[in-house]
Design a protein around this ligand. Sequence first.
Ligand SMILES: Cc1cc2nc3c(=O)[nH]c(=O)nc-3n(C[C@H](O)[C@H](O)[C@H](O)COP(=O)(O)O)c2cc1C
Length: 430
Amino acid sequence: MVPATPTLLENDLQLELHFDLAIGPFRANWFIKHTNYARSEIEMPVITNIYDLKRLHKRRTPKMFYDYCESGSWTEQTFRENVTDFDKIRLRQRIAVNMEGRSTATQMIGQDVAMPVALAPVGLTGMQRADGEIKAARAAEKFGVPFTLSTMSICSIEDVAENTEKPFWFQVYTLKDDDFMRRLLDRAKDANCSAIVITVDLQIMGQRHKDLKNGLSAPPKLTPKSIADMVTKVAWGLEMLGTKRRFFGNIVGHAKGVTDPSSLSSWTAEAFDPALDWDRIATLRRMWDGKVILKGILDVEDAKRAAEIGADAIVVSNHGGRQLDGALSSIRMLEQIVEAVGDKVEVHLDSGIRSGQDVLKAVAMGAKGTYIGRAFVHGLGAMGEAGVTKALEVIHKELDVSMALCGRRDIKEVDRDILLVPEDFAGRWA
Ligand SMILES: Cc1cc2nc3c(=O)[nH]c(=O)nc-3n(C[C@H](O)[C@H](O)[C@H](O)COP(=O)(O)O)c2cc1C
């Protein structure tokens, strides 16, 4: 029997399998069953919110990668509170205000954005869906919001640049190897990246239990358990077979001693710089002569230091609850940070945003921009590029309508007045 060779012609909503050669009845049945399953999977269901996309993401993606996305460190307290703290803030309904001619357009670090939302850097995005970074970047550029590529992406800087038209942002971790850092920044410059995002909250990694239990790796290791899981995620698997991008594209073949993916895990364990301090951050800032965003600030004192070293923006973030479990949610810390440095540096926020109402609340509390991590990954895992577009549409609609019902027509006019915030929201912590 000659093995079947499926070729994948796919534009996210259409999938066709071509069998090059005759195949035996058993294998044919398997493919027909699973091709039908794949087809029914990619019919567009009615999506009304990010949680619809999340459910589809879970159904369509191998458990190892879904869990990698949907987890926080240790007890996941901070991960949960990032979301539930947004719910504690209420909106103030106003009436009889002309709602015509509304606009959510504004600027982040001087760049025009269709709404104050960027796609956050998310490692292994290309494992959630084949060529995931390219798909997400395309959706973002069509929508008119920034896309941030992670250092730990599957598609490389060059891959994304070749497959998009507008400049994107590039996120860098602070690595010990200066030469590699410099080359990475040169590559980002050559790819016309318009800003770098330096992540400062991951010198060492917070433990996420699920990743250890699932044996997370890219590409996934083939064990009986992972194979059993993957054969039920047919569309995912077929797409992955159709791409060459299955390794860490920014690293393999670029970092010294990493020419094949098997040596990568030892590289990452050694590469991150545990000795990172403010001098080093200032040096990195000087290594890039464009806009710099410092991501992972959750404390007023740190925000002041970030402003001093000349960051163009900071992201109030706890890495989506993936680093210090027990830290306060980003939204709780936002106002005091804005109060301390808002006139010196642009303040952005991420962690916990699942709706346009969350974006509105963050903007009303002083954020000039926000980032979505899991919300766009759920879209990608659910429906590829169309799913990321859907996630952005959902968030945009919720933002626009909620803003109007609060009596505002322009996102730039939104202020604290539209909110009802419990007196003890920020908390009295000693
Ligand atoms: C699966 C996953 C991978 C991530 N990888 C990175 C990364 O490579 N670099 C980085 O700076 N942040 C990374 N983050 C953090 C995000 O950039 C962002 O801070 C976080 O997702 C925001 O929280 P949210 O998911 O609740 O929106 C990652 C987050 C997730 C969920």
